[in-house]
Design a protein around this ligand. Structure first.
Ligand SMILES: Cc1ncc(COP(=O)(O)O)c(C=O)c1O
Length: 424
């Protein structure tokens, strides 16, 4: 749907919700309540996705097996815990466009980022720089700076930042490419957020990978805001690695287990240095408890510890909904919903706010970042009091995302009404 087709009245969202092919998935989620007792207008799936109703029964199953079987649950639970993480492999691979050998569900995002950098950030005197976006998520900045220092380099000379032009908030593709072209010979690692957490800008991951690899750089992505939001084709695009979390668009629950992609071309490169742990060791000999590490082929070889089954159970409940709905279908609704939100905001244009997220649907996901240069925090708090949940990022950004699995056109309509009221 293009913007001329959107309409500003109340009938439009009603009609759109009535013909939305994925509207019924909303009833699979627990929607927090506003003070009035009505459903919140929850626009915060970019931060913490909502709880699928099935989660509690999935957790109860594992708790019951633990109660009934104790340690035997590793082999005899209804879904044995030893290979439990593999219950998520196929769905995860489909979601990120990878082969099963290229993905594993483990740890949390920053831990996985360090594990990946331990293997793939190998700086030399000539090629030591890490290219990241200015305004990358702070954890990525801390992780990268600490890795640079760990290798004896100095972020002042080894950290290279992609910076928007003066007066702009988002990066231009041509600037990304000219920087890689210009600096590529000194760049050891390009690490970009697939979707920037602050602006909501979607990067052209295929082109960045191509440009980086042409220059001999390692390419990795932080997909925290992309996974479950944007269709991904990691295997074909060809980055060396990617990491993500599962508590945002994937709805795995607070602090749920993250994911990791390692391209197939590294699956059997045994000389690649890595930090090892027993869960990455070849399963056929793991319990011989020998001293020599023998890694599993592919991404699983980067596992360290036996995984948290309860968190994985919650993630299974969440991921099954994705498999059922299909990401292509969800993305189609997402583009339409976000376009509708943008349309309504533009109808109520005011000098009090501006949208900094790119306007082209192909350059963003579900999130819109709204800049509120004065009294933004207060506006955000008033919206929250009225049951409109987005989130505030200092100094002046209010982030909202209409998530196609559980947000409706009516949510978006009501949000725009509340925002106009609060602004006036
Ligand atoms: C873009 C991005 N990267 C990294 C992180 C850190 O994730 P974790 O706490 O799972 O390590 C987040 C958390 O919200 C994030 O949004």
């Amino acid at each position: 749907m293009t913007s001329p087709d959107y309409q500003s009245g109340e009938d439009f969202p009603t009609a759109m919700d009535a013909r939305d092919p994925v509207a019924h998935f909303r009833s699979r989620f627990l929607i927090p309540k506003a003070r009035t007792g009505e459903d919140c207008i929850y626009l915060c799936g970019h931060s913490l996705g909502l709880q699928p109703k099935k989660v509690s029964s999935y957790l109860e199953q594992e708790l019951a097996d633990w109660a009934r079987l104790g340690v035997e649950g590793h082999f005899h639970a209804q879904r044995p815990w030893m290979p439990y993480h593999r219950l998520l492999t196929e769905q995860t691979a489909t979601l990120v466009g990878a082969q099963p050998i290229e993905v594993v569900v483990m740890n949390s995002l920053t831990v996985n980022l360090h594990l990946m950098m331990a293997s793939f950030y190998r700086p030399t005197a000539k090629r030591h720089k890490v290219l990241i976006e200015r305004g990358a998520f702070p954890s990525d900045q801390y992780a990268v700076n600490s890795q640079i220092r760990f290798h004896g380099f100095d972020p002042a000379s080894s950290l290279l930042e992609l910076t928007p032009r003066n007066g702009e908030f988002c990066m231009r593709d041509e600037d990304v490419h000219s920087l890689i072209e210009r600096e590529g010979d000194s760049i050891a690692l390009i690490l970009v957020g697939g979707v920037n957490y602050g602006t909501g800008q979607l990067f052209d991951m295929a082109e960045i990978t191509k440009a980086g690899r042409k220059k001999g750089c390692v390419v990795g992505f932080d997909l925290a805001h992309a996974v479950g939001n944007i269709p991904l084709r990691l295997h074909d695009w060809g980055p060396d690695f990617a990491v993500w979390c599962s508590y945002k668009y994937l709805n795995g629950g607070p602090g749920c287990v993250g994911g990791c992609f390692v391209h197939e071309r590294h699956a059997r490169v045994w000389e690649l240095r890595r930090f090892a742990g027993w869960w990455g060791h070849n399963e056929t000999s793991r319990f011989r408890m020998g001293p020599e590490f023998d890694p599993i082929e592919g991404a699983e070889g980067w596992q360290l510890s036996n995984p948290p089954i309860l968190a994985l159970a919650a993630l299974r409940a969440a991921m099954e909904i994705f498999s059922e709905a299909g990401l292509e279908c969800l993305r189609a609704k997402s583009v339409s919903l976000t376009g509708y939100m943008e349309f309504l905001l533009c109808q109520n244009a005011s000098p009090k706010f501006s949208i900094i997220t790119p306007r082209e649907p192909g350059r963003r996901g579900a999130q819109l970042s709204i800049r509120l240069p004065s009294d933004g925090r207060k506006i955000c708090d008033r919206l929250a009091a009225a049951g409109v949940i987005g989130d505030w990022r200092e100094p002046d950004i209010f982030r909202v995302a209409a998530v196609p699995l559980y947000n409706s056109y009516r949510d978006v309509y009501l949000f725009s009404q509340h925002l106009s009221r609060v602004l006036s």
